[in-house]
Ligand binder design. Structure first.
Ligand code: TXA
Ligand code: MG
Length: 363
């Protein structure tokens, strides 16, 4: 997913990163979705370092990242062979999803092989796996010749990083971290997660760029919402940390406004907010200056295409969060499945935002 402007790391730097992973170190690397904080999936001590660095509870499972072999022809990759040492009971549907969407922004959850470390699965009997499409991620994984666990490279509950500089800011002063620079992430929100571990059902655990309609159109597989799965299958453990309400959150209070109702969103705040950043879809007309008399609004234009919006979402939240606004307002995403990933992240970001609410126990 690189473009001509993507700064590609030299092979020497990637070799150094591979060595660091082999030595049990952490390496941050770009993927097409967000930057990941990587460690050797077979090294329990290295995995513990990830949980410590992120401040993430140890029962929140990680995704294992795998690479296609050298010089692959995407249509001929034998994913079943590559998955065989990680998963058991690989279903025909799960293999079809891998063949159709890997490498790409899709994570699949399988029943785990017994050799998969409990440290990475949070004690669950399933394992999440994805094959990223970013060329730097692929080169790193290919040279490492093994699985790399990589959560998003942010502190737990915070906005995921979409550039190398974001990762450095996130861990500045805490962690001397090697960060591979692959430019800005193209997708911009985390991968779609589908649970295939029950064998016969495909359950959406996290919406992302790859939507259930696209999956249905390309594979004939019907993806169901978690609520549609049988109640008896419900897990007690938090299977997806992003499913906690407060997540992906900026420190500045963030709220959504209904189309044309910017002032209504302010009424929620009894104390007058004087400086408010308002994100506006480029298809909408400007807010004008006839707003609240004591509020200074500044508009931030966002794309009205769902994928383009997603690609800019975390960048915008991070930048606005650092500009000292009293309040950030975002438009409620339009209806439609292509906005589900954005809607999911924005709703959680609202819930967890603001200094007073950032101490929610789920953050
Ligand atoms: O796009 C992505 O998926 C990024 C890039 C770096 O690959 N990674 C990412 O990782 O978002 P993380 O750890 O921030 O989110 C992974 C999600 C978590 O919410 C976790 O609970 C869920 O995947 N997960 C991992 N293993 C699971 C399992 N066995 N069953 C259900 N959910 C699982
Ligand atoms: Mg994350």
């Amino acid at each position: 997913m690189s473009t001509d402007s993507t700064p590609l790391q030299s092979s020497a730097v990637i070799n150094e990163a591979v060595q660091s992973l082999r030595d049990g170190g952490l390496v941050a690397f770009p993927t097409e979705t967000v930057y990941g904080l990587g460690a050797d999936a077979k090294n329990p001590e290295a995995i513990k370092k990830i949980f410590a660095a992120k401040g993430r509870p140890s029962n929140h499972p990680l995704i294992v990242h795998l690479a296609a072999p050298d010089k692959y022809d995407v249509a001929k990759i034998d994913w079943a062979a590559l998955l065989s040492s990680w998963v058991r009971d690989l279903s025909a549907d799960a293999l079809l999803l891998a063949n159709t969407f890997w490498p790409g922004p899709l994570t699949l959850v399988f029943k785990k092989d017994k050799s998969v470390l409990n440290e990475l699965t949070g004690g669950q009997d399933t394992v999440a796996i994805r094959a990223p499409a970013h060329p730097i991620a692929q080169e790193l994984l290919r040279k490492f010749k093994g699985g790399v666990v990589a959560p998003s490279a942010n502190r737990f509950g915070k906005v995921s990083p979409t550039s190398a500089a974001d990762v450095r800011n996130e861990f500045e002063g805490m962690l001397d971290l090697m960060v591979l620079d692959g430019g800005d992430c193209e997708v911009g929100i985390e991968s779609t997660i589908i649970d295939m571990s029950s064998g016969d059902k495909a359950i959406l655990l996290r919406p992302g760029a790859i939507t259930p309609s696209e999956i249905l159109a390309k594979t004939g597989i019907k993806v169901i919402q978690p609520g549609e799965a049988l109640k008896k299958d419900e897990e007690v453990l938090p299977r997806v940390s992003g499913s906690l309400l407060a997540h992906y959150a900026p420190t500045t209070p963030l709220r959504l406004y209904a189309p044309g109702r910017v002032l209504d969103a302010l009424s929620e705040f009894p104390d007058i907010k004087s400086r408010v950043a308002v994100a506006v879809l480029d298809s909408e007309s400007s807010l004008g200056h006839d707003g609240h008399p004591s509020v200074h609004f500044e508009e931030v234009i966002m794309p009205s295409d769902g994928a383009a919006f997603a690609s800019r979402l975390y960048r915008s939240l991070r930048d606005l969060d650092q500009q000292g606004w009293d309040l950030i307002l975002f438009p409620e995403p339009p209806a439609g499945e292509e906005w589900d990933g954005v809607r999911d992240r924005l709703q959680r970001a609202c819930f967890g935002s603001g200094t007073s609410s950032s101490s929610h126990d789920s953050n």
